[in-house]
Write a protein of this length. Structure first.
Ligand SMILES: [Zn+2]
Length: 84
């Protein structure tokens, strides 16, 4: 699965399946009562724009990340179900 990342050096977006979830502390609830994923994602390969291996906070990631790291929290998935 490709995830979308942003190069902070070039300010450009790229997709890659080469990443690792690190420092996964699971879902935490902040002071506002909102849930967020406390984890980091590190690229396994160099960034296509600047060659660095960037690290991102999970809550900076796009929705598909939640579906992988926290299957219980699939709120981002668009339901195809039809009520009827
Ligand atoms: Zn970069």
């Amino acid at each position: 699965m490709n995830f979308i990342f942003t190069c902070p050096e070039a300010g450009k977006i790229f997709e890659t399946p080469d990443f690792t979830i690190t420092e996964n502390h699971g879902v935490v609830i902040d002071a506002d009562g909102r849930r967020r994923l406390e984890a980091r994602v590190t690229l396994d390969g160099p960034c296509p724009y600047c060659g660095q291996r960037h690290t991102y906070r999970a809550d900076e990631m796009i929705c598909p990340f939640e579906a992988v790291a926290a299957p219980v929290e699939r709120k981002c998935q668009v339901s195809e179900e039809e009520n009827g």
